[in-house]
Design a protein around this ligand. Structure first.
Ligand SMILES: Nc1ncnc2c1ncn2[C@@H]1O[C@H](COP(=O)(O)OP(=O)(O)OP(=O)(O)O)[C@@H](O)[C@H]1O
Length: 368
């Protein structure tokens, strides 16, 4: 099979025109961050939010052209809307700070019974660890009919995807006969991450610019099967992108992760406000690294106690409990496994199993 290179891709795109200026999209510096992995091609189209909608047809044309090239197995083109990207619209300043133009809710949600969003006001509090291990625990928890539920896990952290590392996914996802990207099955879960398509170094390209449409593409262009629960690992923080996700995706309920070190009420409040704005029920606050096991099995609280409950009381959001600071979690993450697979007898596994049961019970209550 022939090997595709960047020059061939650029050539194939060079005759595509900017819908407003008529300039070709390559010399207009709109095509960015081309990544090629084993015949799977990905890149960004960086445009101003005002013209993002008009660019959707160009995005589709780019994918079509690149897919038609010899040696190309798949093409994923993502539209990013960045305020500093060139715009032809005179009303550019008036849209500053607003979420991108509305897009319809992907019909994939007809096939998904519940969506759980895992959020955090700040990065680095263990949100991805919670999302992966909660999803893995849910996948092992039989339903009332004795069958295991169908669980999906979507890494919506477009700026810093975690799933490739946390689930040790090295291979590119396959593409089905309808040219949709197949989710990668791992430990009984259907998983997807932008990191499966774009090299880690390219993640830098995603930082800074507000990425619009990438998540919707991961929903629309991925062949998601029927799912009982989709767990969404949201990007950390509470900016426009998180709000846009919360607005566009029919999240059934959210979980806010924090740590005793990050118990600033303001951060947790911002997460809660975001979900309240979109009328999304919040299952509760999960306090990660709340305690650790001492040498005699006793619970040690290196970062103090009671903070999580206090914040729950102040925000009137339920306290879901404290997650142990457990080396087994770190080791499992480093090896690319959920903790219930690598260390089934660990305290962390027991906690995640209980936690998954709570989440399932709450989802059942919400659906009544
Ligand atoms: N309870 C825990 N016990 C041990 N290690 C943990 C625990 N929670 C998280 N970690 C470790 O802390 C680090 C950060 O966790 P993680 O990547 O899940 O954070 P995050 O909030 O998703 O970060 P990001 O800002 O990238 O979204 C990881 O190395 C993870 O393995």
């Amino acid at each position: 099979m022939s090997i595709i290179d960047e020059k061939t891709i650029i050539e194939a795109l060079s005759s595509l025109k900017h819908p407003q200026t008529g300039q070709d999209i390559v010399s207009g510096d709109i095509v960015q961050g081309i990544t090629i992995r084993d015949g799977n091609v990905g890149f960004l189209l960086a445009v101003h939010p005002d013209i993002a909608e008009a660019f959707e047809s160009v995005r589709l044309a780019c994918e079509e052209r690149v897919r038609a090239l010899p040696g190309v197995l798949s093409a994923t083109v993502v539209l990013t809307a960045h305020q500093s990207a060139p715009s032809m619209s005179s009303s550019s300043s008036s849209s500053k700070g607003k979420p991108p133009p509305d897009e319809t809710i992907p019909d994939v949600f007809n096939r998904i019974k519940s969506v759980i969003a895992v959020a955090s006001g700040k990065g680095g509090v263990g949100k991805s660890t919670v999302a992966v291990n909660l999803a893995a625990a849910l996948a092992q928890l039989p339903m009332e009919d004795g069958k295991l539920p169908k669980i999906g896990l979507l890494d919506a952290d477009i700026y810093g995807p975690s799933l490739p590392k946390l689930l040790n996914v090295i291979d590119k996802p396959e593409v089905d006969e309808t040219k949709k990207i197949c989710p990668v099955e791992r430990f009984g879960m259907q998983t997807m991450s932008i990191g499966y398509m774009v090299q880690e170094a390219q993640a830098m390209v995603w930082r800074g610019p507000m990425v619009q449409g990438a998540l919707l593409q991961m929903l629309n262009d991925v062949a998601w099967p029927e799912l009982d629960i989709l767990v969404l690992d949201l990007p950390p923080g509470t900016g426009d992108i998180q709000l846009t996700i919360a607005q566009k995706i029919p999240v059934t309920a959210a979980i806010v992760v924090t740590t005793p070190q990050n118990l600033a009420l303001a951060d947790v409040r911002r997460s809660i406000n975001m979900f309240e704005k979109t009328k999304t029920p919040i299952l509760g606050i999960l306090e990660n690294m709340a305690w650790m096991s001492g040498p005699n099995g006793e619970r040690l609280h290196p970062f103090g106690t009671g903070g999580g409950e206090r914040i729950a009381a102040e925000t009137l959001i339920p306290y879901l409990g404290g997650l142990v600071l457990d080396p087994a979690l770190q080791e499992a993450a480093d090896a690319g496994y959920p903790v219930n697979i690598l260390a089934p007898d660990s305290i962390a596994t027991k906690i995640f199993t209980n936690f998954a049961q709570t989440v399932r019970d709450e989802l059942n209550n919400l659906s009544k």
